[in-house]
Design a protein around this ligand. Sequence first.
Ligand SMILES: [Fe+2]
Ligand SMILES: [Fe+2]
Length: 369
Amino acid sequence: MYGSDFEDPETVGQPGASALLDEVESAERDLHEAAARTVATGGSTGPGADAALQDYFDAVIAADQKIEPRDWMPGAYRKGLIRQIAQHAHSEIIGMQPEGNWITRAPSLKRKAILLAKVQDEAGHGLYLYAAAETLGSSRDELVELLITGRQKYSSIFNYPTLNWADVGAIGWLVDGAAIVNQVPLCRCSYGPYARAMIRICKEESFHQRQGFEILYTLARGTAAQRQMAQDAVDRWWYPSLAMFGPPDSDSTHSEQSMAWKIKRFSNDDLRQRFVDMCAQQASVLGLSIPDPDLRWNEERGAWDYRQPDYAELFRVIKGDGPCNRQRLRHRRQAHEDGAWVRDAGSAYAAKQAARRAGKRATEQVAAA
Ligand SMILES: [Fe+2]
Ligand SMILES: [Fe+2]
């Protein structure tokens, strides 16, 4: 594959992938329809106003409408959303590092251009999400500070190293694949700005997943060494990707309330199953195997049986003991410090423009008097 071109991805069958995109499209249609309907408010002033606000909030959620930034919302709803959206934004930004590591070493100019575009998309996802969190009253500065001081988390998957080029394929196929399965239901999340950001993000993630699949597909049909490299990458990324769906339902702390508020729509285990089912079919198209000796089709359940990831390892990595935790945060902190002059220059320019506008207004007032 080095230096050569690749097959047209349209000709490569990818079972299950288009169904996810169809879901994004239908969530987008529902979003537009919901915006055209209204929910009776029942009044929000006078005695009993607090109860009326809560009633309105509950009615909006029950009617599958969206809560918007200016609407009243319970404190815990706001706080939970900020935590979730911030963690999601941080993951997009930190997630640029393992792949950014391969931009200069991509095997052809075309591969380099694609990877560059993909990593840039992730920066964009981070920005949409920080902007969504800002609508809830948390500034981007504040959230970045929480990330670089290690007080807020990002997805543990990015604490694993990218050892060779096939890892870029495995990340696209498995990590972006798991991200889409997780995020498609968030296109129907009850908080408007988050749902709208997720629709755009999922469309882009779908491209990411296909580019990863296509890298592996090409390698799997290359030399024996290339094929081995692809299999080795899938072997290393499979279980960390399964762990991306979080702890099993029995140990998940935030799920129940989040489901009642229609932020989360499916449990961790349901989403993990959906991911396994999708990958099991796609792996056979790739001609690569999934490193799970228990993986087999269960006729009765109509789903694939699989072996659970090592959750003890997941918690170790979440707590900061993954192979690259320190390196990722150190790099992010350094990039933030190195970029201080850009932020300073931007603020100085904005202040100068504001002063100029104020001066112009004053002159106009004097002339008008
Ligand atoms: Fe992303
Ligand atoms: Fe992505």
